[in-house]
Design a protein. Sequence first.
Length: 295
Amino acid sequence: MVKHPALPFESRFYERGALRQHYLDSGSGDPVVMVHGNPSWAIYYRGLAQALSDSYRVVVPDHIGCGLSSKPGDDQYDYTLKSRVDDLESLLDSIAVKDRVTLVLHDWGGMIGMGYAARHPERIRRLVILNTAAFPLPAGKSLPWRLKACRSPLGAFLVRGANAFAIAASRLCCTRRPMSPGLRRLYLEPYDSWAHRIAVQRFVEDIPLGPGDRAYGLVAQTAGSLARFQDRPMLICWGEKDFVFDRDFRDEWIRRFPGAEVHSFPDAGHYVLEDAGDQIIPLVKDFLVRHPIRD
């Protein structure tokens, strides 16, 4: 095992054939699984993971193609939502995380994590939602122009050649506390070449906008399963200045989960843990204490 200087725990790797999936796994107790999105990686959860590891078993995977995981070409890996759900399921099964699970979900982590939850609803006990979705675009919404540009014929040049998507995220997704140059370098570190940016582009291409998109059927199925989790305690912490997952997405979560505990941060952006982590981390710790898992 090795330890990245910016991560709170030693790195572990799950071998799946020729691929290696990086993950953090520290602490003991009920598992808290933190699922990141695009174009971030385990670095996003460093503060929350450290804060919870004294009381819980904290597991933070890097998706294939992201962070410190393998970055295979299309000939070695199918970059689809289904593959991501399969990966999460296989990893958690391999490390015996099969019960009493709390999911912490951000960005694509919502689709991936709730896709896993739909397969194993009995395993999921609590949910923490951070600027994400697990349902199709809310009525009347369209894809922001920045994402449309990345899905255009110029998308490969913008995303993989110029690293435009990851660079833009590091500059635009923190609105209360802009990232320092050092932190931006950490977010960009895994995506340092054309080959290493393949997952960033494939995530953008896989955004499910309609029935013709590959991920749409799985997203629709996952959305249809959400009602099964209405009895689970849910904490929603939302950055309102997110130009993708805006307040309409937050309101859709609230509509589906009217009993959820909601904390909204008007000046925080998409990377809400970076902008408001000093407020959110105590909220998460308190939420978990107030909603203990019963046998």
